[in-house]
Write a protein that binds this ligand. Structure first.
Ligand SMILES: Nc1ncnc2c1ncn2[C@@H]1O[C@H](COP(=O)(O)OP(=O)(O)OP(=O)(O)O)[C@@H](O)[C@H]1O
Length: 317
């Protein structure tokens, strides 16, 4: 009798799998059912306005708070197991640094806890802190403090790094240096998840952007898809007797605001919208068409519960 050995396919768990994640604080729904799978090596930006649920999602992803419903798994394990195994590094908005310690001492203290004292010079270099190793934390700028937190997050050589608004408080130069360090890290095939308010930051660094609004995912796509959706135009005009519902139904229009007779139309297809608008409202005047800024596009996307996957690119031109 011959034994046939069938090779089992190697199933690699995704870096992050969030299933039906929910969190409430009293009557506030912070996270309202988030499903998200992040593959190993992806650089993903969680984008959303204040209060969208980014920090709460990240805290549940890291096992810092328990979800009311749903589950977070990192590399197929519970967040706690993955953290203990050194697979995850986190850089959160708060994370007290002891003022009396130097940068080097701070990093060395955490490295000792991880039993990785030899990592100190490496992580200081990776975070661009070598020159600042002897400076007390009390004397650091906001951006420099963030880089210390980044160095701490790198100590265990994590496969996944999670950052909650990492560049808050940094000036332009500090941001540039920070993202250069992050890019060097992600180029080694590690997974990066970061929360930000800034579409530009997401666009220039992430492979994939997930937009959160009121605790839900409202758009999920590659940077190219988000850009396509973000490249709309705005039409402004005075339209006597403008009717909100009628304007909403104009072809190519995604969002309408009316103040007195002054109308602002955010459009995926401004040509189609303008032709129909002028056809129906011959008395419209003061017409202006402008390319939507990134800020407008972000607002348009977070105002509309539309997933990019459901919305073909032609409609979002
Ligand atoms: N510990 C808490 N107690 C009560 N409400 C909370 C708590 N944490 C968050 N919330 C509420 O949950 C909602 C989501 O907050 P969260 O901090 O996750 O949003 P965010 O997208 O990270 O916002 P920001 O960009 O301002 O940090 C908000 O309405 C917030 O006020």
């Amino acid at each position: 009798m011959t034994n046939t050995v069938t090779a089992e396919p190697v199933v690699t768990a995704p870096a992050v799998r969030l299933t039906g994640l929910e969190k409430r604080y009293g009557s506030t729904v912070a996270v309202a059912g988030v499903d998200l799978e992040i593959a190993t090596g992806e650089v993903l930006a969680l984008l959303g306005p204040n209060g969208a649920g980014k920090s709460t999602t990240i805290d549940m992803m890291l096992g810092l708070i328990a979800p009311d419903a749903g589950q977070a798994r990192l590399f197929g394990r519970s967040p706690r197991e993955a953290v203990v195994a050194g697979q995850v590094g986190a850089m959160l908005q708060t994370g007290a640094l002891r003022d009396g310690l130097t940068v080097g001492e701070t990093v060395a203290e955490i490295a000792a806890l991880h039993r990785r004292p030899g990592r100190v010079p490496e992580v200081l270099a990776e975070a661009g802190l070598t020159e600042l190793a002897g400076r007390r934390c009390a004397k650091l700028s906001g951006g420099e403090k963030q880089r210390v937190r980044f160095a701490i997050a790198l100590i265990s050589r994590p496969e996944l790094i999670v950052l909650d608004e990492p560049t808050a408080g940094m000036d332009v130069e500090a941001r540039r240096e920070f993202w250069a360090a992050m890019r060097a890290y992600s180029d080694t095939g590690r997974t990066v998840v970061f929360a930000t308010h800034y579409l530009e930051e997401a666009q220039s660094f992430a492979d994939r952007v997930v937009l959160l609004r009121q605790g839900r995912v409202v758009a999920d796509g590659t940077v190219a898809q988000i850009r396509a959706a973000a490249s709309g135009r705005t039409i402004q005009a005075v339209v006597p007797g403008a009717d909100l519902d009628e304007l909403r139904r104009l072809p190519g229009v995604d969002h309408v605001e009316v103040r007195d007779d002054r109308v602002t139309l955010r459009c995926g297809d401004s040509d189609a919208a303008l032709r129909t608008l002028l056809d129906r409202h011959r008395d419209a005047y003061d017409v202006e068409v402008t390319a939507a800024g990134l800020e407008d596009a972000f607002l348009a996307l977070t105002e509309q519960p539309t997933t990019l996957a459901e919305k073909p690119t032609e409609e979002t031109r």
